[in-house]
Design a protein around this ligand. Sequence first.
Ligand code: PSU
Ligand code: MN
Length: 310
Amino acid sequence: MLQSDRLVIAPEVADALRDSRPVVALESTLISHGLPYPQNVEVATASEQAVRASGAVPATVAMRDGRLLVGLAQGDLESLATAPAGSVRKVARHSLAEGAVAGGWSATTVSATMIAAHASGIRVFSTGGIGGVHRGALDGPNPSFDISADLGELARTPVAVVCAGPKAILDVPRTLEHLETAGVPVLALGQDEMPFFWARRSGIPAPMTVADVASAARVVEAQAALGLDAGIVLCNPVPAEDALDDGYVREVVNRAIADAEAAGIHGPATTPWLLARVAEITAGASVRANIALIVDNARVGGLLAVALAR
Ligand code: PSU
Ligand code: MN
């Protein structure tokens, strides 16, 4: 059980939860580690606005001095976004306690944000792209076994996660296999293929398709009613205006992964390093797509939370 002194729910969020009004959790690793400054503050603020425009209350999650904060003030968002490189930790389930003992700011990844959301009674969480099975995690002469803690969390924590699919730097088919084994429904919104993070299409069939957010809400309700304590992944394709071509994404990702290998990058640094490398290779086009998809996922998360609160 999470002790109450370790969870600080902002008053606006607490009021909404007490009155059973819709709330959407947002994460902080994409602010501190996923995007460059100043786009990171802009996207954090725009995501909160998108949740509100859909009729829900945003709750951005981070850890400070050993407490999980659910709902950040604008000043806190800025502190996180402008903190000197390396001064904010990236924490997942396995490193939350380490971050708590270290003190200061820790940004929560999908797994850590799901823990805080569920402990607060929040059922919907919007992010950019979930973590998953990294390329080369399971094959080759020297498999890394690098599989995101996001997948283990989805298996055990009943929060609906809105994203633009697993990040395209990952092995998406094996990520889907892993989620299937773990009992996690994966739904694509409005199309029969998986979205591919920066691209709308991937050529990889989605395990399940829902036509609209109302249909997604029915799946979330059925999952809860059946007593299935896993999360759900709702995949919303990046808005067309800022989407990259999927063939181009594959090409760029191959290059970035080869560069990461040459540079000896591994562990939790891998995802932020690859995202930054892809931003360089695409001359910022991936950052524009990433911003657009994060904000649109916040909008869809808001609609889902509203549908669930009815
Ligand atoms: N979505 C983004 N950018 C990000 C992330 C998600 O658009 O940086 C973060 C999330 O916090 C996710 C993490 O949990 O990347 C995955 O990291 P890893 O592969 O080390 O588990
Ligand atoms: Mn990892």
